[in-house]
Write a protein that binds this ligand. Structure first.
Ligand code: IVH
Length: 684
């Protein structure tokens, strides 16, 4: 008999029932695919899946991206080998309006210190709505294919990619020994429709859109399933491009290797030409055989691309110009308040589930008190919801003529709905915050969730639900508790192993995942602390600046020191200092330090350069490059760029009209360089 444990509990809620069904199916997937040790027959397994499907059909709001109905087969993430990318796989900044395009181009010109009329050409091409893939060829043979993953590390999908027919498995003679090509795997719209018909006829899962179908097909542990799926590949770039001068020349080479390129492509020499291209492609959009969600502009000159480099996760030399959002109409069934990691009260509208451009939306943020009042969203209202690309869904309009007569304006609470503490709004702030601090379970749980999230400690198997359950059961109340979990579990006679849907193996996997994170990089650690306004990019900057945890900790008390770091202003510095001043945080940190080994930051930049480890201050007007480029160049060479001159400064680069900083440098005897002298050292 199938293991219908959940059916015994007639009084449990539907979401609960759903969660248990999901856990049960996952456990059987794991037994079947990963351990090759199924406990039930295929027919029994199918019955479980049918029950889940029926439940989700009746309650579509329960469908999440990782429901087994949305991810065919085993939990794939576990089965694939990890691959570290030779160079990060980046994302693209988004542009929506003609003004955004103008700003993008202006920013590039400013960065490069170019005049408005100096020639600057962009290659424009469609942005394919698929999934990115990195292909590695050694001596002309395709040896490895990887997904993007978190940008640094992806999954090894070589066996699956080998089944894609229009992708060259070999390159012509004479290519370099190692070639890495990047592009997009996608499914054509007509193939997608046929696949869904076939799936439906066989009673199998229906995909929401071609992108999901392509992703689901690639992430099959069994490559013979991938082979039955009609996938295609467009190449858009190569890593390590020294052999070419322009992006379009590189693309021509890819074409000569046998790769397909997204069409149409155009070289645009002005913002107006870019806008025209965007509009042309928009008129073609419906007739293209594949889905696109915008167009991409890339600086065509590769030497300029190299100078522009990237900031955080996106290149400065490229951006995506997105097509307008997809919209849908639905009803607001409730307005709830969520309490975030820093105590912010966020109103969330619960919606009658609606399909917005291929994604089922059932919740949407209403941002804050002012927004909800400005839009005057009320329970019972009919609203227009939109989703723009990867942007989270939003309410864009309330249809007033559809408002029920008894709908009342929403009253924002002044107490925290979770802990009952006062929720206050400080002068000049948009957010109302719970003052409960750590007595507020919502804040504590959110902090823990952040702590284990992908860009922080990235502990596999510790999802949002599990954290809440561990909290409720008192197993994990502070970050350091995570690292004591194994011992605690043992002392309590293994309650984890007795959890519904768990077992020895899942518990062992979880402990292994936790143990692997006892050694953590400094940037991840700083990010994981969840300090207000300290996101991924800021955490990296801090880690790069201070190098070690000890250095960071001992100097964070000084605001001057923090503000001297690029992109850190007084407000961020204030939040960092406030975090470290709080007694409770000091205790949490001490506790964590006893459990962890925090690794010094590894610079991605060179360490062999004379400027490596040196502190440089720029002052005055530079002629050859913009201030931003000069800073970026110094950082790439391993130097720190500071905002003010002190005895610790190694070089002051003085452009025209240098003032007090130059004077200070001279007083302190710091070495002063002209712009030319600096460039000579930098280029050495
Ligand atoms: S260039 C340096 N070109 O969009 C960044 N990306 O939002 C390299 N994408 O992860 C990307 N079509 O998977 C580029 N013609 C195109 C693209 C494209 C789709 C995807 C790509 C990337 C994502 C960024």
């Amino acid at each position: 008999m199938p293991n219908f444990k959940m059916s015994h509990h007639d009084n449990i809620t539907i979401p609960h029932h759903h969660a248990r069904l999901v856990a049960e199916i996952r456990r059987h997937d794991e037994l079947y695919y990963t351990q090759d040790a199924p406990e039930i027959t295929d027919a029994e397994y199918d019955a479980l899946r049918r029950e889940l499907e029926a439940l989700e059909q009746a309650h579509p709001e329960l469908i999440t991206a990782n429901s087994p109905t949305q991810t065919v087969g085993a939990a794939p993430a576990r089965g694939f080998k990890k691959v570290r990318h030779s160079a990060p796989m980046l994302s693209l900044g988004n542009l929506f309006t003609p003004e955004d395009v103008q700003d993008f181009v202006d920013r590039i010109r400013r960065f490069l210190n170019m005049t408005d009329d100096a020639p600057l050409t962009f290659l424009a091409e469609p942005k394919i709505d698929g999934l990115s893939c990195a292909l590695r060829y050694e001596r002309g043979h395709l040896v490895q294919a990887a997904t993007r993953g978190d940008g640094e590390e992806g999954e090894d999908i070589t066996a699956n990619v080998m089944t894609i027919a229009d992708l060259p498995k070999g390159l012509p003679p004479g290519v370099p020994d190692i070639v890495e090509i990047r592009g997009e795997i996608y499914m054509r719209k007509d193939d997608f429709a046929t696949l869904n018909e076939r799936q439906a006829a066989q009673g199998k899962q229906i995909f929401a859109n071609p992108r999901n179908a392509a992703a689901g097909s690639v992430r099959q542990l069994d490559a013979t399933i991938t082979a039955q799926r009609p996938l295609h590949f467009f190449a858009y770039g190569m890593v390590g491009l020294s052999a070419y001068q322009t992006h379009d020349a590189m693309l021509s080479t890819l074409k000569s290797y046998g790769f397909a390129l997204a069409q149409p492509q155009r070289l645009c020499a002005s913002v107006q030409a870019m806008q025209e291209y965007y509009e042309t492609v928009q008129t073609l959009r419906a007739t293209l055989p594949y889905d696109i969600d915008g167009v991409v502009y890339k600086v065509n000159d590769l030497a300029l691309q190299a100078r522009l480099g990237f900031v955080s996760r996106a290149p400065r030399w490229a951006a995506a110009h997105k097509y307008p959002a997809e919209k849908a109409i639905t009803a607001v069934t409730a307005i709830d308040i969520q309490v975030g990691r820093t105590g912010t009260l966020t109103p969330v509208a619960r919606l009658a589930p609606v399909n917005v451009g291929g994604v089922i939306v059932s919740n949407v943020t209403l941002h804050n008190e002012d927004e909800i009042a400005r839009k005057d969203v009320r329970v019972g209202d009919t609203v227009v919801v939109q989703r723009a690309g990867d942007v989270i869904p939003q309410v864009v309009e309330v249809l007033h003529d559809k408002r029920p007569p008894d709908a009342r304006p929403y009253e924002f609470p002044d107490v925290c709905p979770v802990c009952g503490s006062q929720a206050v709004r400080e002068e000049g702030e948009v957010a109302r915050r719970c003052t409960g601090g750590l007595i507020c379970p919502a804040q504590a749980v959110e902090r823990l969730r952040h702590f284990v999230s992908r860009l922080a400690f990235d502990i596999e198997g510790m999802g949002e639900k599990i954290i809440q359950e561990f909290w409720d059961e008192g197993l994990v109340r502070s970050p350091a508790d995570i690292f004591r979990l194994e011992e605690k579990n043992k002392n309590l006679l293994n309650p984890l192993q007795r959890r519904e849907g768990w077992g020895e193996k899942s518990v062992a996997n979880l402990f292994a995942a936790i143990a692997a994170r006892r050694v953590i990089s400094l940037d991840r650690f700083i990010y994981a602390l969840g300090i207000r306004q300290v996101g991924e990019a800021t955490a990296k900057r801090l880690a790069a600046h201070y190098g070690t945890w000890d250095a960071f900790k001992s100097s964070v008390a000084s605001s001057d020191d923090l503000i001297a770091i690029e992109d850190i202003g007084p407000s961020v510095a204030g939040d960092i200092i406030a975090f470290f001043a709080e007694k409770h945080n000091q205790d949490v940190l001490a506790d964590l330090e006893s459990q962890l080994s925090i690794q010094p930051y590894e610079r991605q930049s060179r360490s062999d350069h004379v400027l490596s480890g040196k502190t440089v201050v720029f002052t005055g007007t530079l002629e050859k490059m913009g201030r931003a480029e000069a800073k970026a160049l110094a950082e790439r060479l391993g130097a720190k760029v500071a905002g003010s001159v002190s005895a610790k400064t190694d070089y002051v680069v003085a452009g025209a009209d240098s003032g007090s900083k130059l004077k200070k440098a001279q007083e302190l005897g710091v070495r002063v360089l002209s712009e030319d002298a600096w460039l000579e050292i930098a280029k050495a």
